[in-house]
Design a protein around this ligand. Structure first.
Ligand code: HEM
Length: 202
């Protein structure tokens, strides 16, 4: 049996599940606001607005828990990435996911005390957390306070551009979440990664 490693400290687990629930609430209320027929909304419009606003504010606060936590605890080291050799390592991991896994090849980047994430996981978490999340809440706050937007950007309303960007990033975060959950099922067993994010042990 392989060694048991304590890789998910309590603060990251609490942050993670808070973040996951908030993202779900934001996606469901956001889809309702954007797409449903006002006559038959998925969620009543005023309720969806309140849900979306409150969850967005809480998501911003929880984001700072993640950033500050990673800046001041050892968990931050798992996100440090070297550009040199990155492409090669991403390719190796992609080949494992598409071929190696089916031929029972050895994992190219097994989990150790010093390496919690494989290169694809690491890059996807970096992009989600340090690119998509800041963009979604900055544009969200821009929509909450419309007067902060530029009135005219090359003839287009700044508010419309902010709304467009907010919708596009929201779509990417939804895709990330689906793909993320799918890849989390590729552990020692289907549920082992989910269990790790609950009890902290890999
Ligand atoms: C219901 C939704 C979600 C489920 C079931 C889920 C599940 C998991 C699981 C099982 C892990 C541990 C395995 C691993 O480290 O890869 C994990 C880690 C992680 N998830 Fe999620 N996740 C969800 C939503 C999200 C969302 C919405 C985000 C970001 C926008 C996110 C970001 C992360 C990050 C950054 C980690 C690594 C945390 C660390 O250990 O430093 N997850 N997730």
């Amino acid at each position: 049996m392989s060694e048991r490693l304590y890789l998910y400290p309590i603060w990251i687990r609490l942050w993670h599940w808070t973040n996951a629930i908030l993202c779900l609430v934001l996606i469901i209320s956001g889809v309702s606001l954007q797409y449903s027929n006002p006559e038959y909304p998925i969620i009543r419009f005023d309720i969806a607005v309140t849900m979306h606003n409150i969850a967005g504010i809480l998501l911003t606060l929880s984001y700072f828990v993640f950033v500050i936590g990673n800046a001041f605890t050892p968990n931050g080291k798992y996100y440090k990435t070297q550009i040199k050799g990155l492409f090669e390592s991403l390719k190796k991991q992609a080949v494992y996911y598409t071929v190696g896994i089916f031929t029972h090849a050895e994992k190219p980047y097994p989990v150790t005390k010093d390496r919690k994430f494989n290169p694809l996981q690491k890059v996807s978490y970096l992009v989600a957390m340090y690119f998509f999340l800041p963009l979604i809440f900055i544009t969200g706050w821009g929509l909450l306070f419309p007067e902060t937007n530029l009135t005219n950007v090359f003839g287009i309303s700044g508010l419309h551009l902010t709304a467009l960007l907010h919708g596009i990033i929201g779509f990417f975060i939804s895709v990330f979440m689906f793909v993320h959950i799918y890849f989390c099922t590729i552990g020692t067993t289907t549920w082992s990664n989910f269990k790790s994010m609950i009890d902290g042990w890999h």
